[in-house]
Design a protein around this ligand. Structure first.
Ligand code: FAD
Length: 543
C-alpha cells in the first residue's frame, strides 16, 4: 500500500493494495505492445510523491468560519490532501494529471453537511456569497464532472448523508440519502428481502446521488432499467429553494420535475434524498447462459430479435465483440485448450467469434421460461450454448476487472473507455468506424461490447489500449480521444449512454443537442441557480 499522502493513493481505483496484472494478461500485453522485461520491472509515472498543492485556498477566513458554524469544524477541511482528493474523478486525463503531480482545479475547502437542513443553509449562504459548490459522491465520475475550476467548496455527501430513510414495503420503494454507497444500500435492502437492481462496474465506490446525477446504468439494466427508470421522487436543494417531488406512480400534472435532476451533474442543486423502486432479492432463481456466435453481426442480429420478441427480458445481456472475446479467452487461459480447438473446428474461429451472456431474474419459472426462449432464438441465429460457467466467472470479477487500469498505466499503457447509445440500424456502422479509427494508430487496440439493450437499440462500450507517447502523454491522449468521440458521433452514436457528459464531453453538447435545446437547459439552470454557483465551469456545456 502506498502512503496515504501520495498522489498514487488518490488516483488508485478500488482496492488500494498494489495489485499486479495476471500472468495471462501480462502475456497478452507483452505480445501486443512488444514490452520488455525492464518495463514490467519499473513503474511509469507512479505518482508516489506526497501531495502538495500550488493553489492556496481562496475562500475568505470569515466564510470558512460561517461554514464551520453550520456544519461543525470537523466537517470543513482545507488541507492539501482533502482538497486534492475532491479535485477530480477517475477520468483518464485526471489520473494522468495526478501521476504527474498536477492538481489544476482543487476546491478551496471540503464541506460535509450532516443533514438536509445543513445543505439548505450551506447552499443559501454560498449563493449569497457567490461561492462555487461541487456536490460530490463517490468521485468515480469518468467525464470530468468533479472539478472546481472556480474554487469554492466540494460538498462531501458521503460522510454523513449515507443512510436509508425508509423502505416502503407496500409501495416497494426505498427512500435513501444521496451519499449512500452501493454496497451499504444493497446489504441493507438484501436483509429485508430486496435489491436495488443497480450494479454499475463502479458499484463499490459510487453513490445514489452520483448514479442519478450522471444518469448511470447498472450491469443488469436491460431488465431493471437505467437509474432514471428506477427514480420515483427526489428531494433537492437548489439556490432557488428546495424542490421536493412526491412518490406518485405516475402523474399528468405537467412535466416530471424529478427528471430534471437525473443527468444534471450537480449543476442545478444538491440531491439530498431520492426514492427509488426496489426489486425482490432472489439470486437463487437467476437463470444464466453463455453463448458463442461465429460473428459480431450474427450475435447482434440475434440480440435484436430477442429484445424485440416480447418474450420477456434478460437482466444482464451482453455481447463482447471479436476483439474483446479474444482477450477474454486469452486472459482466462481458455485459448489453446481442447475446448478452444473444438470451437474452431465448429467454425467459431478466433478473430470473428463473439461471446454473448444472458441472465434472467425473477420467479424461478419465469426466469427459466425466458432463458429457454432466448436459447431457442440463439439456435435460430446459429449461435451455440456453451454453459453457465463463463457467466459465473464474469460475475466474479465484474467489479475488480476495473482495478487493472492502474497497473496498466504503470506499464506506460494508455487505457480508457467511452460509451454511446445507438439505434440498431446504425450500430454496426458505429462499431466498424470506431475499429477503423483506432486501427489507424500504431499498436492501438480496441475492444467493444454491448451491455445495455433496448427495443430500438443498444449501447456500445469502447475500451482502448495503446502505449503512451512518453513525455507527451496528456496531449497525445487528448487528440486520440477527441478523434474517437468525433467518429462515434459522426456515425450516429450519442455523446453518452451512462457516464454522463461532465466537462470532458461538454464541447460536443451544443452540436449534438442544438442551440435551442442548450438555451433551454441554460434557462432552467438560470432559474434554479441564478448566481451560477452549482458545479460551474463547463459541466454539461454550461458556463
Ligand atoms: C471503474 C469505473 C467503472 C464505471 N462503471 C460504470 C457503470 O458500469 N455504469 C455507470 O453508470 N457508470 C459507471 N462509471 C461512472 C461513475 O461511476 C458513475 O457516473 C457514477 O454514477 C458516479 O457516482 P459517484 O457517486 O461516484 O458520483 P461523483 O463522481 O461523485 O459525481 C458525479 C456527478 O454527480 C454529481 N453529484 C454527485 N452526487 C450528487 C448529489 N447528491 N446531488 C447533486 N449532484 C451530485 C457530481 O457533482 C458530478 O457532477 C464507472 C466509473 C469507473 C471509475
Amino acid at each position: 500500500m502506498e502512503s496515504e499522502n501520495s498522489y498514487r493513493h488518490l488516483l488508485k481505483w478500488g482496492d488500494k493494495r498494489e495489485e499486479g496484472i495476471s500472468h495471462h494478461m501480462a502475456e497478452v500485453i507483452r505480445a501486443k505492445f512488444s514490452l520488455t522485461e525492464a518495463v514490467f520491472r519499473s513503474k511509469h509515472l507512479p505518482g508516489t510523491e506526497p501531495v502538495k498543492l500550488e493553489k492556496p485556498p481562496m475562500i475568505k477566513p470569515a466564510q470558512l468560519e460561517f461554514l464551520r458554524g453550520i456544519c461543525g469544524s470537523g466537517n470543513v477541511l482545507t488541507d492539501d490532501l482533502s482538497r486534492a482528493r475532491f479535485s477530480c474523478g477517475k477520468f483518464y486525463g485526471e489520473l494522468l494529471g495526478l501521476r504527474l503531480g498536477l492538481v489544476p482545479d482543487p476546491p478551496d475547502a471540503v464541506v460535509a453537511p450532516r443533514t438536509h437542513e445543513e445543505v439548505e443553509k450551506v447552499i443559501a449562504y454560498c449563493s449569497d456569497e457567490m461561492i462555487a459548490v461541487v456536490p460530490a459522491g463517490g468521485l468515480s465520475s469518468v467525464t470530468g464532472a468533479i472539478r472546481a475550476p472556480h474554487g469554492g467548496i466540494a460538498l462531501d455527501l458521503t460522510k454523513h448523508l449515507n443512510r436509508i430513510m425508509t423502505v416502503n414495503k407496500v409501495n416497494k420503494t426505498v427512500t435513501v440519502q444521496s451519499g449512500m454507497y452501493g454496497p451499504a444500500l444493497e446489504k441493507e435492502l438484501n436483509s429485508q428481502g430486496y435489491s436495488c437492481g443497480h450494479f454499475p462496474q463502479s458499484f463499490e465506490y459510487s453513490t445514489v446521488g452520483g448514479w442519478i446525477s450522471a444518469r448511470g446504468a447498472g450491469q443488469a439494466s436491460t431488465g431493471y432499467g437505467k437509474i432514471e427508470d428506477m427514480l420515483v421522487a427526489i428531494r433537492a436543494v437548489t439556490p432557488a429553494g428546495v424542490i421536493e417531488t412526491k412518490d406518485y406512480p405516475r402523474t399528468a400534472q405537467g412535466w416530471d420535475l424529478f427528471r430534471l435532476f437525473a443527468g444534471a451533474e450537480g449543476t442545478l442543486g444538491v440531491i439530498t434524498e431520492a426514492t427509488l423502486h426496489i426489486f425482490n432479492h432472489a439470486p437463487q432463481n437467476t437463470a444464466s447462459a453463455a453463448f458463442i456466435f461465429r460473428s459480431f453481426e450474427a450475435a447482434v442480429e440475434t440480440m435484436r430479435r430477442i429484445i424485440q420478441s416480447e418474450c420477456g427480458k434478460p437482466h444482464l445481456f451482453r455481447i463482447s465483440d471479436p476483439d474483446e472475446t479474444d482477450i477474454a479467452f486469452k486472459t482466462s487461459g481458455f485459448d489453446g485448450t481442447l475446448a478452444d480447438k473444438a470451437l474452431a473446428i465448429l467454425g467459431f474461429k478466433a478473430g470473428s467469434r463473439c461471446l454473448m451472456f444472458a441472465t434472467v431474474e425473477g420467479e424461478r419459472d419465469y426466469a427459466r421460461f425466458v432463458l429457454n426462449k432466448i436459447k431457442r432464438k440463439v439456435r435460430a441465429g446459429k449461435g451455440m450454448y456453451i454453459g453457465t460457467s463463463p457467466v459465473r466467472k464474469w460475475l466474479d470479477q465484474r467489479y475488480s476487472s476495473a482495478y487493472m487500469r492502474d497497473p496498466l498505466m504503470d506499464l506506460g499503457i494508455m487505457t480508457d473507455t467511452l460509451e454511446t447509445a445507438v439505434t440498431w440500424d446504425k450500430l454496426l456502422k458505429v462499431w466498424k468506424a470506431a475499429h477503423e479509427y483506432v486501427a489507424r494508430r500504431p499498436k492501438a487496440f480496441l475492444m467493444i461490447h454491448i451491455s445495455h439493450v433496448y427495443e430500438n437499440g443498444a449501447n456500445l462500450y469502447f475500451t482502448f489500449l495503446s502505449p503512451m507517447q512518453k513525455g507527451n502523454e496528456a496531449q497525445d491522449f487528448a487528440v486520440f480521444h477527441r478523434g474517437l468521440v468525433d467518429t462515434i458521433l459522426e456515425n450516429g452514436g450519442s455523446i453518452s449512454h451512462h457516464h454522463g457528459v461532465g466537462r470532458v464531453l461538454a464541447p460536443w453538447m451544443e452540436g449534438h443537442l442544438g442551440k435551442n435545446s442548450m438555451e433551454l437547459l441554460g434557462a432552467v439552470k438560470k432559474h434554479l441557480d441564478p448566481n451560477n454557483i452549482m458545479n460551474p465551469g463547463g459541466t454539461l456545456g454550461m458556463l
